[in-house]
Write a new protein. Structure first.
Length: 369
């Protein structure tokens, strides 16, 4: 028979606990030896707004939203908590463990704020349905945000039973998402489901992101083999979903692996996405360095590498248009964050590098939570 302690560690391992977290945990425990507080570790499974459900080695606990203004928790986070008593369901937030990955977007609303969608995700399934939802431009945003997060994107096209010929869609995805796995699946016929099962391995977290009604919760139910999540038919008049899922929830699959269901997103406004942009637009960044004039406007200037590449067909017009649009959005975001910082702190800033300046601005913006 296994010892109680082994069983507890196995629970954490199933939820993604790993060697790095273990060594950090040991360090923390050594440092806190003299403290009266007993620390518990756990992973956030469910976000109910003001409260989170957390899995610990002693079962599930409830955690209130932290009072610290600079901490924004999200589903997927590993947190350290204290509890008044071992048997207590309520836990108190102590600190956040380092995040392996973090998927963010710009929060909805007037204020410029980061919203953390999910953390410690290994693979993001970018879910679009093959009926009317399929949208290559939207896919680009999701790809950039995923690369920025540090997770690996996989494109999952659902409802293949509703589409007679999806080879063209797959082709379009392949052109945009070079080197990214693409799958067409149907929860109805089971097509393609076997091909996506191998992504789910013990301790691996897969997040589902996409618009409402594309079949994210249906996919969770299919992989679970039971109807654990609510699903709802899409609206007849415009094929849009009804925003059935309202909370982010991490589910442990019976054969191992974790799947994170999320509410359908209306839009995905990028947050700081410098690295994701470079990953996606590396070809354009190279060309920009080859223009004859450093202040080239890329319109009619002589020696413009962009115009030459567009003419020769090396650079696709749509790719260039996407870059301009997203680049403008990023500039706009930067400006707004700068204005915000200025308003928050009138004192002269002494930042030496652009990156450091930007990080400070972003850090300040995060302090609003
Ligand atoms: N024909 C067909 N219908 C599907 C498939 N997958 C899901 N659906 C249907 O699509 C509708 C929406 O599915 P949901 O799983 O609720 O969609 P969702 O992405 O979770 O939507 P939100 O929770 O609103 O974000 C339901 O009526 C499902 O039965 C599929 O592969 N084929
Ligand atoms: Mg859903
Ligand atoms: Zn140019």
């Amino acid at each position: 028979m296994k010892k109680q302690n082994d069983i507890e560690i196995m629970t954490l391992n199933a939820y993604g606990w790993n060697m790095q977290l273990e060594s950090r945990w040991t360090e923390i425990l050594n440092k806190s030896q003299n403290s009266q507080k007993k620390l518990h570790r756990g992973r956030i499974l469910l976000d109910y707004g003001q409260r989170f459900k957390v899995i610990t080695e002693h079962g599930e606990k409830w955690l209130g939203r932290p009072t610290q203004s600079d901490v924004q928790l999200a589903v997927g986070d590993w947190v350290l908590m204290t509890a008044d008593d071992y048997q207590e369901d309520e836990a108190h937030f102590e600190s956040l463990m380092n995040r392996k990955t973090k998927f963010s977007r710009m929060a909805a609303g007037v204020e410029v704020k980061e919203q953390i969608v999910a953390t410690n995700v290994d693979i993001v399934f970018l879910v679009q349905s093959l009926n009317k939802d399929f949208n290559p431009r939207r896919l680009e945003r999701y790809l950039i945000a995923t690369w920025e997060s540090g997770a690996t994107p996989v494109v999952v096209l659902t409802k293949s039973d509703l589409c007679d010929d999806f080879a063209e869609n797959i082709q379009k995805v392949n052109e945009i998402a070079v080197g990214v796995d693409v799958h067409a699946i149907s929860a109805l016929t089971g097509e393609g489901i076997a091909a996506i099962r191998p992504y789910f391995k013990a301790g691996v977290t897969v997040a589902l992101l996409g618009s409402s009604g594309v079949g994210k919760s249906t996919l969770v139910n299919t992989l679970m083999g039971s109807e654990i999540l609510e699903t709802q038919d899409i609206r007849e008049y415009d094929s849009k979903g009804r925003h059935t899922t309202t909370h982010r929830e991490l589910v442990l699959l019976p054969e191992g692996g974790l799947i994170l269901d999320t509410p359908g997103m209306r839009s995905l406004a990028l947050w700081d996405a410098e690295e994701g942009m470079s990953h996606f637009f590396g070809d354009i960044e190279q060309l920009l360095m080859s223009c004859r004039f450093s202040n080239c406007g890329h319109r009619h200037e002589p020696g413009c590498a962009i115009q030459e590449a567009l003419k020769s067909g090396q650079l696709k017009q749509a790719h260039w248009e996407s870059w301009k649009k997203l680049q403008n959005e990023q500039k706009h975001l930067d400006q707004k964050l700068k204005q915000k910082t200025r308003a928050m702190d009138k004192a002269q800033s002494h930042y030496h590098t652009k990156k450091e300046h930007k990080n400070t601005i972003i850090k300040r913006a995060r302090e609003d939570y």
